[in-house]
Every structure is written in C-alpha cells, then in structure tokens.
Design a protein around this ligand. Structure first.
Ligand code: SF4
Ligand code: SF4
Length: 91
C-alpha cells in the first residue's frame, strides 16, 4: 500500500478555526520555508502572487513535524478542539 492509499483511509473533522497559527511577518522573511516541503499533507503553501503563506489546516495529520522544523520557532501548534482533527483507521 503506498502513501496515497494510506492517506485515503484517514478521516478528518474540520475545526472552524485553525490549530496552526503562523506569524506571517516572520514567514515572509523566512528563507528556507521548510514547512512547505516537510509536511506530509502539504498543509503549507507559499503563495508567490500574494507573497504569503497559506495554511490548509483541515488536512493536518497532527504529526508535529512542522512545529519542530520551523526555523523561526514561530508556529503556535495545538491539537484541534474536541472531536475535531484527524482519525486514523488501521488495517
Ligand atoms: S518554516 Fe516557520 S517561519 Fe518559515 S515559512 Fe514555515 S512557518 Fe513560517
Ligand atoms: S503537524 Fe504534520 S501534517 Fe500537520 S501541518 Fe505540521 S507537518 Fe503537516
């Protein structure tokens, strides 16, 4: 089973607001933008046209990698509230 097949089994319940809060000013000045290539769910995208980072938090797998990798240490990362967020189904 490849990664796409595995991700197809994941279920999400979207929260109304993001659990991944960025500091747009720091993101604008961030050279590496490591979050845009380490996230397995492609949550972070650099919008060149608007010169800003977009965060598709609804797709977050809650792995925590971005919190560790953010070079500016400016990500406010929390688990989604209540029953919101990701549910993994094995098998
Ligand atoms: S790595 Fe951190 S500071 Fe850099 S773009 Fe991503 S969230 Fe922003
Ligand atoms: S916690 Fe993991 S899946 Fe969620 S945004 Fe960060 S790197 Fe991506």
């Amino acid at each position: 089973m490849n990664i796409d097949d595995r991700l197809a089994k994941v279920k999400y319940v979207s929260d109304e607001e993001t659990h991944l809060k960025i500091n747009q000013e720091k993101c604008n000045n961030c050279e590496m933008k490591v979050c845009t290539y380490i996230c397995p769910a492609n949550v972070y995208e650099w919008n060149k046209k608007e010169n800003k980072l977009t965060v598709n938090y609804e797709n977050c797998l809650e792995c925590g990698a971005c919190r560790i990798a953010c070079s500016e240490k400016c990500l406010e990362w929390q688990y989604p509230k209540g029953i919101c967020g990701v549910t993994y189904k094995f098998g």
